[in-house]
Ligand binder design. Structure first.
Ligand code: PLP
Length: 401
């Protein structure tokens, strides 16, 4: 299968040069099947779900629930009602920070994150800690980008109410040993939220084997539409946690005296859901399932190996994150050239990368930097594009030095 031909956007040119899209950790491009699915719903099948009895409403409802089943299967959740549709990873983490926090966190407690988290897995916990008078702690990582899992037991105490950790760092590319982390935390009585934003697009996930209590991801990073994602949460927590938002569809009955809440998962899906996004996400997941996970792994490893080799040989360039288990992300900085300038010169050559703090200021601070450049790969990227990046960087260096 020619994977690139399935993604119409990839064949365009930028200023006459072929687009080299290497910003997949920010968002992935969409295959035709996802575009067609969303388009079909907007043009010929649109009815608000869980409400109307007319056939379009019923068909949309059925397809929304089928999408939930697709997500359930892809992450191997035990039950479909443990999958909550959200607006994305950020929304999922905020849901847990609010609802778990309301139920389980009090003054003097602690929430543990890691030093390599994205702001989306830091700030919601900070807000919770401020609300409750709790404290936020961060598990460090070593210079090569590996989490100091050895320090985890000593950082967990009776006060620790939850551990939140990225499956894959969006800066360092480190694939964290989340199974082991869950085992250690659980042995000490602490539930774990795994931020799957950079993990889920590299092949199916098994939340039961991982053992996490919560798992959040975004649809747009796994070939799906923006504004949709999912949160997996163990039923026992969802039953105990209060609703995050109130509104239509999340209630059983309402009087001015009291409201009773709908069964799972609807208790956590207030208002008109992004059902078109969810159905698009379902199509994206079915698309992902059609690619062999080992083919994805092998190809992305080859891209990473080639990029690391080529970039390492560019004078003045340092790669940050060299953990033994790494995903297709290469972040780097030049000694005397600003990261923004590099990204702009690459853009002029049709090469799209990310630059800046990468929504992970504490990771930048860890290395004493104000920003980095990041190239991130998807299954549709080619070795030719990796070479184009290396040549583009040499050119940028010679222009900017
Ligand atoms: N967590 C990580 C590790 C990420 O890389 C990102 C986005 O880049 C997020 C969370 C937030 O994802 P979103 O903006 O889709 O909610």
């Amino acid at each position: 299968m020619d994977i690139r031909s399935l993604f119409p956007l990839l064949s365009q040119t930028i200023d006459g040069k072929p687009l080299v899209y290497l910003d997949n950790a920010a968002t992935s491009q969409k295959p035709q099947v996802v575009i067609d699915t969303v388009n079909e719903l907007h043009t010929s099948l649109n009815g608000n779900i869980h409400r109307g009895v007319h056939r379009m409403a019923e068909q949309c409802t059925a397809r929304y629930e089928a999408a939930r089943e697709s997500v359930r299967g892809y992450i191997n959740a035990a039950k479909a009602h443990e999958v909550i549709f959200t607006a994305g990873t950020t929304a999922g983490v905020n849901l847990v920070a609010f609802a778990f926090g309301e139920r389980y966190v009090k003054a003097g407690d602690e929430i543990l994150v890691t030093e390599m988290e994205h702001h989306s897995n830091i700030v919601p916990w900070q807000l919770l800690c401020e609300r409750k008078g709790a404290a936020l702690k961060a598990l460090p990582f070593a210079d090569n980008g590996e989490l100091r899992v050895d320090m985890l037991p000593s950082m967990i105490s009776k006060k620790t109410k939850l551990l939140a950790v990225a499956q894959v760092s969006n800066v360092l590319g480190t694939i964290n040993p989340v199974d082991e982390i869950c085992r250690i935390a659980h042995a000490l009585g602490v539930p774990v939220l795994v931020d799957g934003a950079q993990g889920v697009q590299h092949g199916p996930v098994d939340v039961q084997q991982m053992g996490c209590d919560f798992y959040a991801f975004s649809g747009h990073k796994i070939y799906g539409p923006t504004g949709i994602g999912a949160l997996y949460a163990k039923e026992e927590y969802l039953n105990e946690m209060p609703p995050y938002q109130g509104g239509g569809d999340m209630i059983k009955a309402v009087t001015f005296a009291k409201a009773t809440y709908a069964d799972l998962p609807y208790k956590f899906e207030a208002g008109t859901a992004n059902y078109i996004g969810a159905i698009g996400l379902g199509a994206a997941i079915e698309f992902s399932k059609s690619i062999s996970p080992s083919a994805i792994r092998l190809h992305e490893e080859e891209l990473l190996r080639c990029a690391t080799e080529r970039l390492q040989s560019i004078g003045g360039l340092t790669i940050y994150g060299n953990a033994p288990r790494k995903s297709g992300i290469v972040s780097f900085a030049f000694k005397n050239i600003h990261h923004l300038d590099i990204a702009q010169v690459l853009d002029k050559q049709g090469i799209a990368v990310r630059s800046g703090t990468l929504c992970a200021e504490p990771t930048m601070q860890r290395y004493g930097l104000t920003g980095m450049v990041r190239a991130s790969f998807a299954y549709y990227n080619t070795l030719g594009e990796v070479h184009a990046l290396a040549e583009g960087l040499e050119k940028a260096k010679s222009i900017l030095s």
